[in-house]
Structures are given as C-alpha cells and as structure tokens.
Design a binder for this molecule. Sequence first.
Ligand SMILES: NC(=O)c1ccc[n+]([C@@H]2O[C@H](COP(=O)([O-])OP(=O)(O)OC[C@H]3O[C@@H](n4cnc5c(N)ncnc54)[C@H](OP(=O)(O)O)[C@@H]3O)[C@@H](O)[C@H]2O)c1
Length: 189
Amino acid sequence: MIALRGIRDKGQVQPGQKVLINGAGGSSGTFAIQLAEPYGAEVTGVDNKGKLDFLRSLGVDHVIDYTREDFTKNVKQYDLILDVIAHRSVFAYQRAVKPNGTYFVVGGSVATLFQILLLGPWIKRTTSKNMRVLVVPQNRKDLIAITELCEAGKIVPVIDRRYQLSEVPEALRYVGEGHAKGKVVITVT
Ligand SMILES: NC(=O)c1ccc[n+]([C@@H]2O[C@H](COP(=O)([O-])OP(=O)(O)OC[C@H]3O[C@@H](n4cnc5c(N)ncnc54)[C@H](OP(=O)(O)O)[C@@H]3O)[C@@H](O)[C@H]2O)c1
C-alpha cells in the first residue's frame, strides 16, 4: 500500500520520469519497483551491495549501493523519490529532487521525519520542490487494488523466506543481518 500510494496515487508517475526508491530491496521497495516500471519510469534502486543484482532482476534501470555512494551527493536529480529509510537532513534530500519534483518519506529516523514536516512547506515555497511525509492509512479499497494487480500477474510479492511462529527470533536475525530480499513471512498455523 506504501508503494501503491507513493508511486501511483500520490506520486502519479509519468512515462520517462526519473524515479528513485531508497530501500528498494525491502518489502515496500520491491512493490514500488514493479509499480513504477509499467508506467515507463526510469527507476533507480538504492540498497546494499548484496541486493543490487536482485534489484536488476526486478527491472530497475540503475542501482546504487548505499554503503558506497550517497545518492544525495551525486549531481543527479529525480522527479520522484520514495524513501522508506530516510536518515539524512531534509536539505540533503532536497538536493536530489528536481524543481517541481517530489520526495516522499514513509519511514526512517524521527529527526528526519520532523524536519520534513516542519521545513517541507518552506522548501516548497522557496524551491518548488515537494518534500512530504507520506501517510499511508490501511484501507479495503487499496487492499483490493493490490490483490487485483497480484492476481493479474502485474505485480508479484517477493517472498524471500518463510518461518514458523516459533522461529521469529531467527527470522528477525535474518532480517537484521541485511540479507532479506523483499518480504520475510511468519506462518501462523
Ligand atoms: N508512512 C506510513 O503511513 C507508514 C505506514 C506503514 C509503515 N511505514 C514505514 O515504512 C517503512 C517500510 O519499509 P519496508 O517495510 O519496505 O522496510 P524493509 O523491508 O526493512 O526494507 C528496507 C530496505 O532498506 C534497506 N536499507 C537499510 N539502510 C539503508 C540505507 N541507509 N539506504 C538505503 N537502503 C537502506 C534495507 O536493507 P538492509 O538489509 O541493508 O538493511 C532494506 O532492503 C518502515 O520504516 C515503516 O515504519 C510507514
């Protein structure tokens, strides 16, 4: 639902637009890639080195290894950034946004979220860059939309591993080690 709202409903991605997904190899990111590609967007995925081939296999056009490169410091700018793991300052992120472009943060450090809430409106007035916290309420309509996209084969939930409820510590350890691609599922029987 983060992906649906960030890429399609609020992001309103258009063909040819440059889209960057920060934290692209995680659970929301893998959906966001699949939603952005059919719109003809040029997608850049940011995640750790071990996930870059995986991101390419999902169809991203460009990859950035966050352990080696800070996308806010290269000269490239994007029409839309969807950030699930923000931790830099709002000024760093706004450098990577094109004029009239949009930066949506859905998760990350509390400090960054507050900065964006407080300074986003001022940045919009002074630079025409849209810096916003994307709130994603859960609702039936979006769940149905996602289900239909999955059933039609237009998006595929990426499930890395499945664990039993009794294996939750192991599942959390796996996620914490930074290897999980897409979702890790706990099966409750
Ligand atoms: N706004 C709302 O209404 C709303 C609603 C629900 C949830 N949320 C938030 O939305 C976020 C959802 O994220 P998710 O479920 O997709 O997370 P996730 O599955 O944990 O994926 C995050 C990805 O980001 C990568 N990553 C870690 N540090 C990074 C960095 N510095 N730069 C780039 N990538 C990095 C992780 O890789 P590693 O393996 O290297 O760590 C992982 O692949 C959560 O923060 C959640 O709290 C927001």
